[in-house]
Design a protein around this ligand. Sequence first.
Ligand code: AMP
Length: 352
Amino acid sequence: IGILGGGQLARMLALAAAPLGLRCHVFSPEKDSCAFDVVHAGTCASYEDETALGRFANAVDVITYEFENVPAKTAAFLAKRKTVLPDPKVLETTQDRLIEKDFVSALKIATAPYASVHSATQLAEAVKAVGLPAVLKTRQLGYDGKGQAKIAKGGDAIAAWRSVKNAPAILEGFIDFEREVSVVAARSRDGAVECFEVTENEHRDHILKFSRVPAKVTPALAREARQVATRIAKAFDYVGVLAVEMFVVRKGRQRTVLVNEIAPRVHNSGHWTIDGATVSQFEQHIRAVAGWPLAKPVRLGSRVEMTNLIGQEINDADRWLTVPGASVHVYGKGEARARRKMGHVTRVWPAK
Ligand code: AMP
């Protein structure tokens, strides 16, 4: 299995492939990629290097990726030579927040109100249409709060526009959500879908800090959230694992979900499944791209909590080693830079 990208997601995919007897070959432009430590083969070359890409394609049976910003040209080049899963057309949608929101809306799935912004004039119109407070987000290449600027009620929209460097953007209504949840879903080559349990996510400073199951949601809301993820996976004719991030909001006396973002890959909010479920998101993804049947995921324990170890927090990882029910995952990255995801810990509480 060829994997584009060499970060912790590729590393955990390769670790999940090994017990199934499958070998992974990671392609990454960075020589200190932490996935290189655990794979059968590695190619360190640029995504524009067609000779290296050609060799990589010849060396594997199927290609997948660990991140959504694979350059379109790279994906197209590889897709001519080998099966690339999920299909690269999914990237065209998920690499652009406007196209993604339009795609979700066309499925009649709710999102925050939004409007396209590509000029200061259009921004003023968008503010009128969407209202304030709002968040201005660049259409491309934003993650962990990068390329985002909040505009408060009565705030300075032009300052926000300058702060995203006048890049094509969308203005999104600021959602006063009750909680944030995600659904990690897997779809096999024959169209079967298996969703993991709805996961509750807590961000700090725009970065995921905790994921918890069970989420504090009603069975009806959990069903709605799983249906949203399933419909998105089907609409893409998706093969592999995807994650749908959602806001839970009040609607009168009821609660409902708004889709925030789709990640066409394994996702941080699914890391708890390695230790906390009968099958992990990584194994499900490997099974799907290998053309194998999916497993039915069942949670182990009464509850599970995943804590990200960010930046210097990795230096205290050893204090978790003796905590009952805790599993420590250190990604083996080099420098513990601020905001960098360095590892995670999963705690599983025994079933009652
Ligand atoms: P994103 O990069 O779109 O996933 O946003 C990162 C985080 O910022 C989300 O998980 C939310 O906590 C917050 N956020 C993003 N968009 C909105 C919004 N429209 N309203 C309120 N909070 C938001």
